[in-house]
Design a protein around this ligand. Structure first.
Ligand SMILES: C[S@@+](CC[C@H](N)C(=O)[O-])C[C@H]1O[C@@H](n2cnc3c(N)ncnc32)[C@H](O)[C@@H]1O
Length: 202
């Protein structure tokens, strides 16, 4: 069994309470999660657990799709997700440029949650604007898009870009338990923000 690290335990709590605050309780028969730019997806268990707990009903099943442009993390992600698949979850990882998700017509556009951990808006603003747009486009009408960020200013800029891509900001919280990293001003899941499609209530 894979150990859940302290960072992921903190993320679990943070995401759980943000989803609860978003009023997303127990609506979905089966819960579908899309994790964009997932890397090695250390968060696969905790994001799945929070989504099932807060978005699903008793007995809901999980479908989790992770995507990253770099294949290197994907095999590690698949290994990590094995325990979930053994329990019956449908988990798949794909090597894909998430700024071009339109090329993946097979991907459904009805995800209950699109999750982006440690978005990297600073790295290539044009590509990340497209990634955020694609995330919004792959949400169901009641779906939620969730980001976390390493830095204060990068978070602020990403929130602005997602609002410009049509996301309505529900909440943005500073994670007070966030672990500081050696780079000044950088810490793990330092901020978490939740968005929905405009006009949705409750
Ligand atoms: C800061 S890392 C975060 C990785 C992971 N979500 C985490 O929190 O550990 C940013 C990730 O974005 C991925 N990425 C960058 N551009 C991308 C693109 N156009 N499509 C898909 N993934 C991309 C990188 O490969 C990297 O895994």
């Amino acid at each position: 069994m894979i150990e859940i690290s302290p960072d992921e335990k903190i993320l679990h709590r943070l995401l759980g309470s943000a989803l609860e605050m978003a009023g997303a309780a127990s609506q979905c028969e089966d819960v579908q999660v899309l994790n964009l730019a997932c890397g090695a997806c250390k968060e696969v268990e905790v994001v799945s657990a929070a989504a099932l707990d807060k978005l699903g009903r008793k007995g809901s099943e999980l479908r989790f799709v992770g995507a990253d442009i770099r294949g290197a993390g994907i095999s590690e992600a698949r290994e990590r997700a094995r325990a979930l698949t053994e329990k019956g979850a449908q988990v798949e990882f794909m090597e894909a440029d998430c700024s071009k998700l339109g090329d993946h017509g097979e991907l459904c556009r009805e995800f209950d949650m699109v999750f982006l951990r440690h978005q990297n808006f600073w790295n290539d603003r044009k590509a990340w604007r497209k990634i955020f747009q694609n995330g919004m486009e792959h949400l169901s009408d009641s779906g939620l898009l969730v980001i976390t960020s390493y830095f204060d200013l990068e978070h602020e800029l990403a929130v602005k870009a997602i609002r410009e891509a049509g996301g309505e900001l529900i909440s943005s919280v500073r994670n007070n338990d966030s672990r500081e990293l050696p780079t000044p001003g950088k810490s793990v899941d330092r901020h978490l923000a939740v968005f929905r499609k405009p006009g949705r209530r409750g």
